[in-house]
Write a protein that binds this ligand. Sequence first.
Ligand SMILES: Nc1ncnc2c1ncn2[C@@H]1O[C@H](COP(=O)(O)OP(=O)(O)OP(=O)(O)O)[C@@H](O)[C@H]1O
Length: 654
Amino acid sequence: MPGDRPSSPFFPAPVRSGELPRLCFLSYRQIRGFAMPVVAEYTGRAEIEVVDGTFGDALAIARDRLERGLVDAFVSAGSNASILRAGLQAPVATIQLSGFDLLQALIKARRMSSRVGVVMYGQTIPELDEVKDLLNIEVVQHAYQTPDDARQRFEQLRREGFEVIVGSSLVVELAEQAGLHGLLAYSLGSVRKGFEDALELARVARLEAGRYEQLNGVLHNLQEAVLAVNRDNRVIAVNPPMQQLLGPPHARLIGQSLEAIEPELSLQPTLDSGQVERAVVQRFAQRDWVVNRTPIREHGEIVGAALTLYDARTIQEADTSLRIQQGRRQSAARHRFANLIGQSPAFVRAVQTARRFARTDLTVLIAGESGVGKELFAQSIHNESVRAGRPFVAVNCAAFPEALLESELFGYEEGAFTGSRRGGKRGLFEAAHTGTLFLDEIGDMPLQLQTRLLRVLQEREITRLGATAAIPVDVRVIAATHQPLNDMIAERRFRQDLFYRLNTLRLPLPPLRERREDIAPLAEAQVGRCLQRLGTRLDPARALAPLLPRLRAYDWPGNIRELENLGERIAVFLMQFDRLENVRYDELRHDLPELFADATASEVAGDTGLSAARVAAALQAQGGNRQAAARQLGVSRSTLWRWMRERGAGAPGS
Ligand SMILES: Nc1ncnc2c1ncn2[C@@H]1O[C@H](COP(=O)(O)OP(=O)(O)OP(=O)(O)O)[C@@H](O)[C@H]1O
């Protein structure tokens, strides 16, 4: 709505497309009377307001009309036109006095007297001296700049005995008041030309105003508070959020000095330096704002500056939802306690403990062999905690070389090291902000990083590599280990203080061999899933029944991950039979040697359950592919990597 917008001498009047152009004919009484027939000609083409006024008076009237958004263009003659053009940022058409007009006026004047005085606004016309000889009369001309000036010039002519005066309406009036003959120098043709010019100016002004209106619409719909000043640091545009921030809703800010309204927000330094300032955090009106200051240039010259204030809270909220989205992509916490399979007392106890821990925001240390479900429990705790729905970011500390792990966790600034990404990179701590960071295989974290981690846990802020400023982070840490950290502390491979910090809540997870009741339901779930995927309609529980004694007797060194792998192999074996009656279980011996080998247990070494023979067999079966071998062995890739590294078997391959 045009009426709601601030209009000002600094801006074109609001556009009212489709309606007639609105002209304001700012005249003096004499010219007004003379021009009225022309004004009448424009009925239906323009809305013309005719107002009397001269000099300062005229300017005040024009400003008032502009501020009320009533005018598209002004029409005026002589002094008025010049004053309006100088004092307004609005289109002004001038009724020009042509040489022909003057000649006509002089011809008329000659009939009254052989001595004619001419008083004109602005400058005298040198060509007049040549014409006067042709007319065979005496012509004396004067120019004036102000009304007083006009009066003095007129008096001078009167004193010199001139009885006929040709000039502007002001001069004609003076002549009439003094009982002399006053002749207006303008012709109707010039007046018409002035109105035609005004119509064209109004058309162009409307086009511009339309563009301005679009921009204004954008400005008014922005959530951030925006303001612009001109070269003199005076407000030329302000949107509702900024208006609200700077004063009562109807306080008139346009045209005022920003310095006077709010010195803290001053744009003077921007106008002086021409420097762009971006994302400066500034406290104002008891809130934190992210502030941008930008110079506005026209043809390279600074003509003003713009100020944008973003509420820091909005940015924080956007940041959180971004982190959540990215967190989801990176690592969604899909698992919940309800989906965990297991009824054994040891497992039920573990779930009860974990559920209790979920109700706190304390650090948890999950201890258990490889493949017992440590990450599953971490996800379930997260999903049952107040942080549910926030990011859950998991990182395996054994999977990265030291330097890489450091930058993964803490991020880095641009240029922190050769090859660092432009704009830097945020670390996983930042990615997990407001959520949970799961640090798997914490025992494999190098000592130096343990020190940094401890500091983060204590101070709740991180410093990116190469950065100086710390970033506050709100992250719950859940760590997991399959290694006996106590032994590692004794060997000085793990920091005792970090251990105490992590070990606030300890969740030991039992290996599968200590909860054999869970083997059958876990195996049935896995075989069922695989059979379904393979498109076989065999009943998993019935298909597994003959194997259960062996499954229950087996030690499961790779725990549930191994069981899942075995379940997959069983399903692939079963798929070749269309009916359960036809399954030749003894043939499984080739596919599942571990279940059938009586020596399995004696081969087993260490808590990973890996032995040289098992690893060699798996590697051979998988053609040397270590990832596939790890899957077959039921251990994570990093477990196999570590196991091989400890025995000097080299770095992991594919
Ligand atoms: N109670 C359970 N119910 C169903 N599936 C489970 C359960 N516990 C673990 N699993 C499954 O076993 C596999 C291993 O679990 P997880 O990755 O959580 O183990 P982990 O202890 O973190 O292993 P690692 O220490 O080797 O990383 C996963 O595929 C998981 O889905």
